[in-house]
Design a protein around this ligand. Structure first.
Ligand code: WTA
Length: 641
């Protein structure tokens, strides 16, 4: 995916203009990186910017490595820092959340309004018997109630688990059961490309298999419900749930290391990983990085297009901007509906100043040329950001020229669900090389290593690892310490394995080279090859499957599936007599039903055999190399090609 990411235009380095330098919170990039050499000093200095109920006793506790702890003994509450403290310090009537959607609706919530709504939801959850340490699962579209519910959980110390609303009922059930939620908060549906996509039926189906769930709260988001007569006994409409509930609520005195949320993500096995983040360090990490990288000031309007079902949504669409007392725009809908100018229209209408999105969306929208973007005035944009996958030169340049009018630097932020915060990224004052996320951030230390864990040296490709702990690092995988160690720490002792490959050039700039494992990035969404294979394999017509990510000019990668069908089946013929569609369509539907609409299948072919190691493991690497016409590499362990 990254191999075309070479520097163009005679290796031009893009320097920031004087306006950017003048307004920058951090003026000297190198000096700031130097400050970050002492991680404890650097991060504790940043931690001072938050409001602690009680200061920490120890900055970093490494005694139970790799179970690192930050700000030990400190007491801090996220909702208090993200909402309450602003109403006491002059931002009471400032807009905290600006919700917009494809229908042109908008909802504005000031910090004071948000404060009261969060308090009500927090009290309503407490009334239901939810207490500190309990978990609440969310299956919601991007809407104010989503933000309110997440904040309400943090206010009372409950752990939230937000599930992306494009996942299937079985994925919901798996996640709810893993974390044993007593409550699920969902909505009737979500707006998408002129339609209402129902969400509640997916939760209904999921919780049939979830014995821990006692109550379901339903946001009447698209207005499906006139009253609550259609709901079951243990289900309640959100508005009714909050009716008459007290609108003040004291923030729980949460410990810096109390669990904050679990977010499930794909790994190289079929079972999703429940990435656990805790409170204090996470807040320090995300607030610092957003402030420094996107140069947040009081008059900014921040828009991150990421859905709250992903880490970018948690850290940067919702929490970090609120922790900085900023205004965050949340948008519900597709980037190309009612037409591919909708995002530009939103930027112009509200005067968005900082815009953060994924390369896949940029590539999609740039196909329309100037026709739509040319209609709008995007002069308000000061800094741009890219996330989720490597950005190719053409997309970078289009973003730079068209969205940023050649004056807004692009922050190419590399990070992961596990890291919680940005890890490798420029600051606005940095010289930019398109396609490189530039350098590790101040306070972040990376190493690119070989199989033995030794540094590979300048210009050589190797495994990207993180060499020192950082405050917003995951604290584990939910209830699975063994897997946590195996997945991240056992391969290179003392180093955190990211699963990515990288190179570092002469100037110390990092060039991400894609994943070293079987995790795919489809339109920026993370999905495991094994998850897709298992979904295919669960259909009776399929014997065995291998899935790879194939390079795609718009989506970054598409899912390419190689199927060995059982005797007598053919992709072009119906699965069963009387079926209207060929087996291929039946299988597509089956995978979509199993994993959710997020699993968009690209190419699917049937084959007679799959390349395997002598021990019978499928060698996806070989399929990928063949597909991309590359050298097949070491095939000595191959049984059969
Ligand atoms: C990839 C998303 C290149 C990478 C925040 C990483 C990137 C995975 C970039 C994490 C970037 C993320 N350049 N690749 N700027 N940002 N990635 O957990 O492979 O959904 O390991 O977190 O996305 O995906 P996740």
């Amino acid at each position: 995916m990254t191999k075309n990411n070479s520097l163009k235009e005679d290796n031009k380095v893009f320097s920031p203009n004087t306006q950017v330098i003048e307004s920058a919170n951090i003026k000297d990039w190198d000096k700031e990186i130097h400050k970050g050499k002492d991680i404890e000093k650097y991060w504790s200095m940043e931690a001072e910017q938050l409001d602690w109920f009680k200061k920490w006793d120890t900055i970093l506790d490494t005694s139970e490595e790799p179970f690192y702890k930050w700000f030990v003994g400190g007491k801090i509450n996220l909702a208090y820092n993200a909402v309450d403290r602003w109403i006491e310090t002059g931002k009471r009537n400032k807009i905290a959340i600006l919700y917009a959607n494809e229908l042109g609706d908008e909802i504005k919530l000031s910090y004071f309004e948000l404060y009261r709504e969060v308090n009500k939801m927090a009290n309503a959850l407490l009334n239901l018997g939810i207490k500190k340490g309990d978990s609440v699962s969310l299956y919601l579209p991007m809407c104010p109630e989503l933000v309110i519910t997440m904040l309400a959980c943090t206010k009372i110390g409950a752990i939230h688990s937000a599930i992306y609303s494009g996942l299937s009922s079985s994925a919901v059930a798996e996640r709810v059961n893993n974390i044993e939620s007593k409550v699920v908060v969902t909505a009737d549906g979500t707006y998408r490309r002129g339609k209402v996509i129902p969400l509640k039926p997916i939760v209904d189906e999921a919780i049939e298999d979830c014995p821990t769930v006692e109550n379901v709260v339903v946001v009447n988001h698209t207005g499906k419900y006139d009253g609550d007569e259609e709901l079951k006994e243990n289900e309640i409409l959100y508005d009714k749930f909050l009716e008459g509930v007290e609108d003040s609520c004291e923030a729980e005195n949460t410990d810096a290391e109390d669990p904050l949320f679990v977010l499930y993500t794909s790994g190289s096995t079929g079972k999703p990983k429940g990435v656990l983040h805790t409170t204090g360090g996470y807040m320090v990490g995300i607030a610092t990085t957003l402030r420094n990288i996107f140069d947040i000031h009081d008059d900014d309007l921040w828009w991150s297009t990421a859905d709250a079902g992903w880490i970018t949504g948690h850290s940067y669409t919702i929490y970090a901007p609120l922790l900085l007392g900023s205004t965050t725009l949340i948008f519900e809908g597709a980037p190309d509906y009612p037409d591919p100018g909708i995002w530009w229209k939103v930027i112009e209408k509200y005067g968005v100043t900082k815009f953060y999105t994924a390369p896949t969306a940029v590539r999609h929208l740039m196909r329309y040329g100037d026709e739509y973007i040319g209609k709008y005035n995007l002069d308000s944009i000061k800094v741009l950001g890219s996330v989720g996958e490597p950005i190719n030169y053409e997309a970078w340049k289009w973003m730079y020229d068209k969205i940023g009018n050649g004056k807004a630097p692009i922050m190419d932020t590399w990070w992961q669900t596990e890291t919680g915060m940005h890890m490798i990224s420029p600051l606005p004052v940095a010289g930019l090389k398109p396609g490189s996320a530039t350098k590790p951030l101040p306070g972040v230390h990376v190493a690119v290593v070989d199989e033995e864990g030794d540094p590979v040296g300048v210009g050589k490709r190797g495994y990207l690892t993180i060499a020192k702990p950082w405050p917003s690092m995951l604290r584990g995988l939910f209830n699975d310490d063994k897997r946590y160690k195996e997945e991240y720490w056992n391969t290179f002792p003392g180093l955190f394995k990211t699963g990515d490959m990288a190179k570092i050039d002469d100037d110390g700039y990092v060039w991400i080279q894609g994943r070293s494992d079987d995790v795919l990035k489809i339109s920026g969404h993370r999905i495991g090859a094994v998850e897709v294979e298992e979904a295919f394999n669960s259909h009776p017509a399929v014997n065995e499957t291998a899935v790879i990510g194939k390079e795609d000019p718009v989506k970054g990668q598409i899912i390419k599936s190689f199927l060995i069908l059982n005797e007598g089946y053919d992709l072009d013929k119906p699965y069963e007599e009387g079926d209207e569609f060929p087996l291929l369509n039946t299988l597509k539907l089956h995978v979509r039903h199993t994993l959710g609409p997020v699993a968009v299948l690209g190419e699917t072919v049937s084959v007679d055999s799959l390349p395997k190691t002598k021990s019978g493991k499928i060698m996806r690497r070989i399929l990928k190399a063949k597909e991309e016409g590359e050298d097949l590499g070491d095939t000595s362990t191959l049984d059969d090609l």
